[in-house]
Design a protein. Structure first.
Length: 240
């Protein structure tokens, strides 16, 4: 991929579910190496857009290029996706889960699995089944699943859902460090205040239309969920 071209390019993307238009002609380019936050009310089309970018949905009309290619099957191994469901096997440990999902990418490397688990702040030697994890630990493991193959583009849909403030803070620190290492990250969230210190740009979707794009997250878009203090990007790398 030429780094001067957008990592995601959307052209008049429309998505219908029956007679309902979830997306209404979205056109936008997104540069690589940034952390983007997608905001909007419930039902605005945020998750639909992310699922189209992740190749989980086809647009009804329109075109998109991801990582410089219109062949999304070709670039799928270079993307990581974390949706509402954790997509984990409850009867397996975190390490066993990651071995399985890494294998789907042709990656048979326990060291890579262990690194992903350690990156999200968990112990790869923990033998406990994922079904016995707390919600915060399950979300961390789901994030490890999404990054185990070292993707260039990371798509996260409500990664802080049902997660305690401390776990959410640590996950936010991790996303900032990954962005600073050159990855491009899209986060759909209702918790704008949590992401505000580390966001490069936000996009607001309203009733399926890309209403506005802003540098950072302006004060008028911040949610009441604001009682989390995080260091600003210019203060340097975040340490756990």
């Amino acid at each position: 991929m030429n780094h001067s071209e957008p990592i995601v390019a959307l052209s008049s993307v429309v998505r219908h579910f029956g007679r309902f238009a979830a997306l209404r002609g979205i056109t936008a380019d997104f540069a690589p190496g940034k952390l983007y936050v997608i905001l909007g009310e419930n039902g605005a089309g945020k998750s639909t857009l992310l699922r189209i970018m992740a190749r989980l949905l086809r647009p009804t009309r329109g075109q998109l290029r991801i990582l410089g290619s219109s062949d999304l099957r070709e670039v799928a191994p270079r993307m990581g996706y974390m949706g509402h469901a954790p997509l984990l096997y409850d009867e397996l440990s975190a390490m066993e889960n990651l071995r399985y999902f890494a294998g789907l990418y042709g990656l048979h490397d326990d060291a890579a699995c262990a690194r992903a688990i350690e990156t999200v702040g968990l112990d790869p030697k923990l033998a406990r089944r994922v079904g016995q994890y707390s919600q915060g630990m399950r979300q961390r493991t789901s994030l490890a699943r999404a990054i185990v193959h070292d993707p260039e583009l990371l798509l996260l849909d409500e990664p802080f859902s049902n997660v305690d403030v401390n776990s959410a803070r640590e996950m936010t620190h991790l996303l900032a460090k990954m962005r600073d290492a050159g990855k491009t990250i899209f986060v759909v969230t209702h918790q704008a205040a949590l992401m505000e210190p580390v966001t490069d740009e936000c996009a607001v979707i309203n009733r399926g239309v890309l209403e506005t794009r802003e540098q950072g997250i302006p004060a008028h878009l911040l949610s009441p969920w604001a009682a989390v203090e995080l260091p600003r990007r210019e203060e340097g790398a975040w340490q756990r």
